[in-house]
Write a protein that binds this ligand. Structure first.
Ligand code: PMP
Length: 440
């Protein structure tokens, strides 16, 4: 039978996923896969959770859709209330969209709109960082330092300036003091802002921990606080993209809570619905909403499905599940266990280097130029290693941008158990042995 479904790699034969249960997915032959990446850092409470399925059925039978310019609805109201309670500071407002890309783009439009409302229509640039990803729509890609995904769209994208990549794992090689590194990196970003002219810049957008573009790049301590100060000093909004890191992935509801800063907007997606419905959101600070309220009196426009009751009810049931089952505590303990396991594998396998990350957002790199028996070995990309893992029955997420596309993200569901972490480490060990056997 021919397929009419257009796939990412058009001519590749994809296996069919048919079922999910807990941390496992099954294909149509019945083969089991440990979901060591939660798909794309999304299936945060695992697969086949009955409580969520029941909510979907109940809400769809009661009210699946109402349009946001005609009605508000209870699940969306309650979700906004719960999220703004969890969020730091006066992030007192929530707007819902359908994907992370729409979330970052909404934040972009809201930032430009905020300055326009205040009488600064020239503040339109959004500065991201050199290694970053904020989504595939044109605005989101314009803010992204993703050199692999940008070239196809050339001049359609804005070429906003980019701040420097920040990666604390490099300190192991450079020997620089962590706090000094954070200050230096923030100062370099400020220099870029000054060169670009702050009166033309609406906002800076950063992932608190860089995900797909870098393979889990954790900033040095203090960096986000310094960046918040830079934005305040230069009169620029700070947008945090917590599409991957938000909703518990790092053991806190938001990765930025590690430093007590309040961004002007905080974007969430992926784990918000944990994959049970396409929902993302933007949490917005009081002063931003106030600017719209005082002047044009309307907020930036949304989408047909924004705040639909079905998606909102799903997200509420995911938050309930996380709270009832003490999932954040599990992230911290299983995260420690998994990181220790990865560091042990790093000792054992010369191919594996630079293990890093926080909670259950962990990453490593595949070394490119280590030599065995005096022979220089070829590089292994994250993608080719993910294929080896796939055959072993383990899903991992290939990350990084060519020529540094040798990173791998390990980010299982936040509900993973101790024995399942052991299984994951065992499967990773086998996959590393496989690639190393090809080296010798
Ligand atoms: N921001 C970040 C940090 C992401 O990792 C992604 C997706 N990988 C996005 C935004 C875009 O999200 P989506 O794919 O849901 O549009």
């Amino acid at each position: 039978m021919t397929s009419a479904l257009l796939k990412q790699e058009i001519d590749r034969e994809y296996l069919t996923a048919t079922r999910g249960e807990g941390v496992f997915l099954y294909d149509s032959t019945g083969k089991r896969y440990l979901d060591g990446s939660s798909g794309a850092m999304t299936a945060n409470i695992g697969h086949g959770v009955r409580e969520v399925a029941e909510i979907v059925s109940r809400q769809a039978g009661c009210l699946a859709f109402s349009y946001r310019t005609q009605f508000t609805n209870e699940p969306a109201e309650e979700l906004a209330r719960r999220l703004t309670e969890l969020a730091p500071g006066d992030l007192n407002w929530a707007f819902f969209v359908n994907s992370g890309s729409e979330g970052t783009e909404y934040a972009m439009r809201a930032a430009v709109g905020y300055w326009r409302e205040l009488g600064h229509p020239g503040k339109v640039k959004i500065l991201g960082r050199a290694t970053s990803y904020h989504g595939m729509t044109m605005g989101a890609l314009s803010m992204s330092g993703h050199t692999a995904r940008r070239p196809d769209y050339g001049t359609l994208l804005h070429s906003f300036a980019l701040g420097p990549t920040v990666d604390a794992s490099r300190l192991a090689y450079s020997g620089e003091d962590e706090v000094a590194y954070g200050e230096r990196a923030a100062a370099e970003f400020e220099q870029t802002i000054i060169e670009e002219d702050p009166s033309t810049i609406a906002a800076v957008i950063v992932e608190p921990i860089v995900g797909a573009a870098g393979g889990v790049l954790v900033p040095p301590k203090g960096y986000l606080t310094r960046l918040r100060e830079v934005c305040d000093r230069q009169d620029i909004l700070l947008i945090l993209d917590e599409v991957i890191t938000g909703m518990g992935r790092t053991g806190e509801w938001f990765a930025s809570s590690n430093e007590e800063i309040v961004p002007d907007m905080l974007v969430i997606g992926k784990g918000l619905s944990a994959g049970y419905s396409p929902v993302a959101g933007v949490l917005i600070r009081e002063k931003v909403v106030e600017a719209f309220r005082e002047h044009s009196r309307v907020a930036p426009f949304g989408h047909t499905f924004s705040g639909n009751p079905l998606g909102a009810a799903v997200c509420l049931s995911v938050i309930d599940y996380i709270e009832k089952n003490c999932v954040l505590e599990n992230v911290r303990s299983r995260g420690e266990q998994l990181k220790t396991g990865l560091l042990e594998l790093e000792q054992k396998h010369s191919r594996m280097v630079a293990v890093r990350g926080r909670g259950l957002l962990l990453g490593f790199e595949l070394s490119k130029n280590a030599s065995r028996n005096g022979q220089l070995r070829l590089g292994v990309t994250g993608a080719s290693f993910a294929d080896v893992c796939f055959r072993e029955g383990l899903l991992v997420y290939p990350a990084g941008i060519a020529p540094r596309n040798n990173a791998v993200i390990v980010s299982p569901p936040l509900t993973i158990s101790e024995t399942e972490v052991e299984l994951l480490i065992g499967l990773l060990d086998s996959a590393l042995l496989k690639i190393e056997s090809e080296d010798s």
